[in-house]
Design a protein around this ligand. Structure first.
Ligand SMILES: [Fe+2]
Ligand SMILES: [Fe+2]
Length: 333
């Protein structure tokens, strides 16, 4: 499986992961080929890249820690919440808490599974899919920090709704406070979960907004959500100019002034810097593609060499390591 831009997609390619319309209905299912006329439709939906099968890699098991069905269902429910908030109607908070709990349960059931895939988003559903992905990444981090179940679920619901303020304002500077004021009306949402909305753009060095909070005044929950937010924006940029996971992780690791080191460490532990399908160069000069990432050992992937198709298990070769990624995610022109 590899990610291709629409620009490079031909009828010979087979879709490897389902593609969803903004209303979360399936546009193209796994195994489908893309007729040229259909490319215009994808483009109209703002879908600029897709996952296709890669003959060199062969069939790879889908190993996302949260199933596509849960992800899509959650995206739909978040969209509904934004619509209700914008219409000044009450949120269906029971349903939102249920979704956040379901994501938590999926992540616990697939414990140790690395985050490898970027979800493909239509521009119409960008903000909602972003909310769900931030929830997944933040919840994984909370689990990694050893939080008890109550606290993990508080992080999950707060992160799922961290940007709900955008339903009430277009001003980026106002959305944290708008979100907080909305969420604190619901007793089912703990104050600390609501505080994620108001604090997720704060930094411990005081350089954040809206209140330039410093140090411990920025709650851990908000710091967790902030890192997830940053990672998602880097790897799923709305304009298509996203970066590969290892660049995004380097950027996160360089943010030690903005966030507690313990939280940064817990965050990066869950993400594969060289996900399946990445072309890499090893320190002995050999080149190949990552075909598997062992649980908990993201820097020791299994690499299939381009020249010989030999499988190199980096776990068994202590002197070998990845020095470089040799391709970029193609961006549609
Ligand atoms: Fe935000
Ligand atoms: Fe966000």
């Amino acid at each position: 499986m590899k990610m291709l831009s629409l620009f490079e997609l031909s009828e010979a390619h087979k879709i490897a992961r389902p593609i969803y319309a903004p209303d979360q209905s399936i546009l193209l299912n796994r195994g489908a080929s893309v007729k040229l006329a259909y490319k215009n439709r994808l483009e109209a939906f703002g879908i600029l890249s897709v996952y296709v099968e890669d003959e060199f890699l062969g069939t790879i098991e889908d190993i996302d820690p949260v199933s596509d069905v849960v992800r899509q269902g959650a995206t739909r429910i978040v969209q509904k919440a934004f619509d209700l908030a914008a219409a000044k109607k009450p949120l269906n908070i029971d349903e939102l808490v249920r979704v956040a709990n379901q994501i938590t349960d999926d992540l616990l059931a697939n414990r140790g599974c690395m985050v490898q895939f970027t979800d493909i988003r239509s521009s119409g559903a960008y903000r909602y899919a972003h909310s769900v992905n931030v929830c997944i990444l933040a919840t994984l981090t909370a689990i990694g920090l050893g939080y008890d179940m109550l606290r993990v679920k508080q992080v999950a619901i707060g992160s799922l709704l961290h940007d709900i303020g955008y339903a009430l304002t277009d001003n980026p500077l106002d959305h944290p406070m708008e979100g907080f004021n909305l969420l604190r009306r619901y007793p089912m949402v703990h104050t600390l979960s609501a505080a994620i909305a108001v604090q997720h753009h704060e930094r411990i060095d005081g350089a954040g907004f809206p209140r330039n909070l410093k140090g411990d005044a920025v709650h851990e929950y908000a710091q967790i959500c902030a890192l997830a937010d940053m990672y998602d924006h880097l790897t799923n940029a709305e304009d298509g100019e996203h970066v590969l996971p290892h660049y995004a992780l380097e950027k996160i690791m360089s943010e030690y002034n903005g966030y507690d080191q313990k939280i940064i460490t817990a965050f990066v532990r869950n993400i594969a810097p060289y996900p399946v399908g990445t072309s890499v160069r090893l320190n002995d000069g050999q080149e190949g593609k990552v075909i598997a990432v062992p649980k908990g050992l993201p820097l020791r992937p299994v690499v299939k060499l381009f020249e010989t198709s030999e499988l190199i298990h980096l776990l068994d070769h202590s002197t070998l390591f990845v020095t470089e990624v040799i391709e970029k995610i193609p961006v549609a022109k």
